[in-house]
Write a protein that binds this ligand. Structure first.
Ligand SMILES: Cc1ncc(COP(=O)(O)O)c(C=O)c1O
Length: 410
């Protein structure tokens, strides 16, 4: 794929003040976007504007500041609804992040509907956030956790998946895009097969929400979770989408203010959706700035950003493949702009330190996916991940820096 001609990466870079900083005396090259993206100026400004002009608690005040903060908070909910094409804004629950979204579903749905001997299916590619909460509820309920195997390229074994499904399967929780390898899983097929067995499906969208067009209705997932900080938004905010009928049936996750209709010492009745799942004062400022983050993506267009990132991915993949002893893990067609690799005789951590000395931020280690690394028989990888503001020149800087580092390490 050639570079999109109308894509003005310089204009995009100008929106990210952090890209002007130096690291160890060198221009910052930020290739750790799968861990968290940098923030555009409109997100930073909106945060400052909130605290400067209309900081107030929401939903219960009868004064101007509270009205303004409530309106902005609810406008962010509608922006998120459109971002993932949910049917109703009541189906959007604000959480702390992907991790909390998965825990909410595992704990709330699991407590109410899981029974001894029921089965939950996850995959070999999961982030710890989509393993541990299911292990915890499975242990509590006497349920069984099953894992879809994969091949050495990170491709899920769909035949094995079909064989795992049975009338005991109650829930399937799958990552849409692997954070460690960038591979896109066939979630539509996974969902359809699960539904044939009346099992519910949660999609971990932490990595897909920023790169892929998400239409939760078309996908037909029952739950979809993601984090604000990976879509050019703030830390401390995430989203749980759930089909309304399911959320209605689930008990609250946390109890407290805001999630109630009426409280007496004898009994409490719960608030309507989405408030039933948003106990206490939420992270108002950061929820509000989810809207400018989404607007940033929409202004440049997800498809245009993706085409740019795919150009970087292709270019970098070819350059990396040419390095002696370097092996890309998950070197497949159907992936997002993430490249994970190992190099013969080189420890990823040594490499990361040498790259940091040259101003380049990459991630190394198991990427919170230790079972995946065990399946691959490795301890970790070096991961390079691209975002809207990265450039071909930065890839060239990386390749040169890699070669320099390898000369020192080998
Ligand atoms: C695939 C995946 N799932 C879950 C998470 C957890 O996200 P958070 O730490 O924002 O809750 C991440 C974060 O890296 C991720 O990449």
């Amino acid at each position: 794929m050639s570079a999109p001609t109308s894509y003005d990466v310089a204009a995009i870079r100008n929106l990210f003040p952090i890209l002007n900083r130096k690291v160890k005396g060198k221009n910052l090259v930020y290739f750790d976007n799968a861990a968290t993206t940098q923030k555009p100026i409109q997100v930073i400004d909106a945060l400052v504007h909130y605290y400067t002009h209309y900081n107030a608690n929401i939903h219960r005040g009868l004064h101007t500041l509270a009205d303004e903060a409530t309106a902005a908070y609810e406008a962010a909910r509608v922006a998120v609804q459109h971002f993932i094409s949910a049917r109703q804004h009541e189906e959007i629950i604000f959480t702390k992040g992907t991790t909390e979204g998965i825990n909410l579903v595992a704990k709330s749905w699991g407590a109410a509907f899981l029974n001894e001997g029921d089965e939950i299916i996850i995959s070999s590619l999961e982030h710890h956030a989509n393993i541990v909460p299911w292990q915890m509820i499975a242990e509590e309920k006497g349920a069984v956790l099953k894992v879809i195997p994969m091949d050495q390229n990170g491709i899920l074994d769909m035949i094995a998946y079909k064989n795992l499904l049975s009338n005991k399967t109650k829930f399937v929780s799958i990552v849409h895009v692997s954070n460690a390898l960038g591979i896109i899983n066939p979630v539509e097929e996974i969902i359809e097969l699960a539904h044939q067995h009346n099992a519910l499906v949660l999609i971990d969208g932490a990595q897909s929400s920023v790169h892929l067009d998400i239409d939760v209705q078309k996908m037909d997932c029952d739950f979809y979770v993601f984090s604000g900080h990976k879509i050019y938004g703030p830390t401390g905010v995430g989203v749980l989408y759930g089909k309304r009928a399911l959320l209605e049936k689930m008990p609250p996750f946390l109890g407290g203010g805001e999630m109630i209709k009426e409280v007496t010492f004898e009994k409490t009745t719960y608030n309507e959706l989405p408030f039933k799942f948003e106990a206490g004062t939420p992270n108002i400022a950061d929820v509000i700035v989810m809207k400018p983050a989404i607007e940033f993506i929409n202004t440049f267009g997800k498809a245009n950003i993706r085409a740019h990132e795919e150009h970087l991915l292709k270019y970098a993949t070819e350059k990396l493949r040419a390095i002696e002893g370097l092996r890309i893990i998950g070197d497949v067609e159907n992936k997002v702009s993430v490249i994970s690799f190992i190099i013969d005789g080189v420890h990823p951590q040594d490499l990361a330190i040498l790259l940091d000395n040259q101003g380049i931020a990459v991630r190394t280690g198991h990427h919170c996916a230790q079972p995946l690394m065990q399946c691959l028989g490795i301890v970790g990888t070096t991961r390079v991940s691209f975002a809207a503001y990265n450039t071909i020149e930065e890839v060239d800087v990386l390749i040169q820096a890699l070669q320099k580092s390898l000369n020192m390490l080998r």
